[in-house]
Design a protein around this ligand. Structure first.
Ligand code: BGC
Length: 386
């Protein structure tokens, strides 16, 4: 896909995000919304990083960092939040960590509270890329630097820096895996492909999608990859809020409409693990053909178990410890007035200009290397993957 198409997609995503954001104007009690409880099944699967709490808190230097995370529903954000809290405390900062239950207005209220409580820096992983306008305006008026965490905050000039994984590369890793595994350059095919992408309100989602589709589109064009559902455009394959159930019901529909006669699906490109889980459940429920290649991202516990069991082919490991460490470093540099460590000053324009970014490297993961990547590195314990 061309850069032009990517930018069209990005604007579409931005408009969609704006619409959702504007419609969501009911004021909420911030206090009631803070620290929502994790669902019971999540609680049983707390990531290793959260249990360790390795580094002891250094004596507070009186500087406050507000950390706003989207939700506790997805495992990765629990890890991101816990890692950052531990590292920031170890560096001597006070930390105000809040999860916003995937409700944009709750996130606005929580950030406004952080500002009223004297936050010196804000680190924000947005639910909706463009829905935090009021809170970001307030941060700007109070001269509080804002670091966008993992997801870019769109259409606000209050954003100082962005730290993430290389989102386009995540998609490329998935697309290249499909090309290599099906041996698309040599095999005759045709192979049947279906596609499930991410949340149109998340600026990362079109990057994942186009990273993979830029590699796969030529094979679709030559007829070696066939999408029987006909659904290939980002707008058709997106999954609002990355919800597993939404991905599952769309997959259920595709299977019953196009593959009920036992026709094989050879590959299902899924942008991340929460959507892959939905597709895997749909495949288990209603699909009778040979099990397809299924891609993912994040190495969530359920998906890693599925990789070990042969129900998911690969994932992309984004070590949340690396990102947390990088952000803590950037926060320190900002607070000390030092030059801030960035490695990309071209890719991420949030509508007000390019935001200086640090892109961490995503890593290919599958059943062959998960032990080294996830267990030997202490990311998970072996028990968590039983
Ligand atoms: C993150 C992914 C995650 C997805 C759903 C994206 O913004 O980059 O790692 O799978 O959100 O939470």
């Amino acid at each position: 896909m061309s850069k032009k198409l990517l930018s069209v997609l990005l604007s579409t995503a931005m408009v969609a995000a704006l619409l959702v954001g504007c419609g969501n104007s009911a004021a909420e009690e911030p206090a009631a919304a803070t620290e929502e409880a994790a669902p019971a099944e999540e609680a049983a699967e707390e990531p290793a990083a959260e249990e360790e709490e390795a580094a002891p808190a250094a004596e507070s230097n009186g500087t406050k960092v507000g950390v706003s995370m989207p939700t506790k529903d997805l495992q990765r954000w629990n890890q991101d939040g816990a890692n950052m809290e531990a590292e920031l405390k170890a560096a001597g900062y006070e930390v105000d960590l809040q999860y916003a239950n995937n409700e944009p207005q709750t996130q606005v209220s929580q950030i406004e509270n952080m500002i009223s409580n004297g936050a010196n820096v804000l680190v924000i992983a947005a639910i909706e890329a463009s829905s935090l306008g009021e809170a970001l305006d307030m941060a700007k008026a109070a001269n509080i630097p804002v670091v966008a965490y993992d997801r870019l905050l769109m259409n606000s000039d209050a954003v100082s820096y962005y730290a993430t994984f290389d989102n386009y590369k995540v998609g490329q890793v998935q697309g290249q895996y499909i090309i290599d595994t099906l041996d698309l350059d040599n095999a005759d095919g045709p192979f049947n492909l279906e596609i499930t992408a991410g949340d149109p309100g998340d600026n990362n989602a079109p990057f994942f999608y186009s990273g993979a589709m830029d590699l796969l589109q030529p094979y679709i064009d030559e007829g070696k990859l066939v999408v029987k559902s006909g659904q290939t455009a980002f707008e058709e394959v997106g999954t609002p809020q990355w919800k597993t159930e939404t991905a599952q019901s769309r997959a259920d529909n595709i299977i019953s409409s196009f593959y009920a006669d036992g026709t094989n699906i050879d590959v299902w490109l899924c942008s991340n693990d929460s959507t892959a889980l939905g597709v895997e459940t749909a495949l288990a429920n209603s699909y009778n053909g040979e099990y397809p290649i299924v891609t993912g991202q994040d190495c969530d516990i359920e998906n890693t178990k599925n990789m070990i069991a042969g129900k998911q082919s690969m994932s992309v490991f984004k070590d949340t410890r690396t990102l947390a460490t990088q952000v803590v470093k950037m926060v320190g540099q900002i607070l000390n007035g030092e030059e801030v460590d960035v490695n990309d000053t071209e890719t991420y324009d949030n509508g007000t200009g390019v935001i200086p970014s640090f892109l961490c490297d995503p890593v290919f993961a599958d059943a062959n290397n998960y032990k080294e990547l996830l267990i030997d590195s202490g990311y998970y314990t072996e028990d968590q993957l039983q």
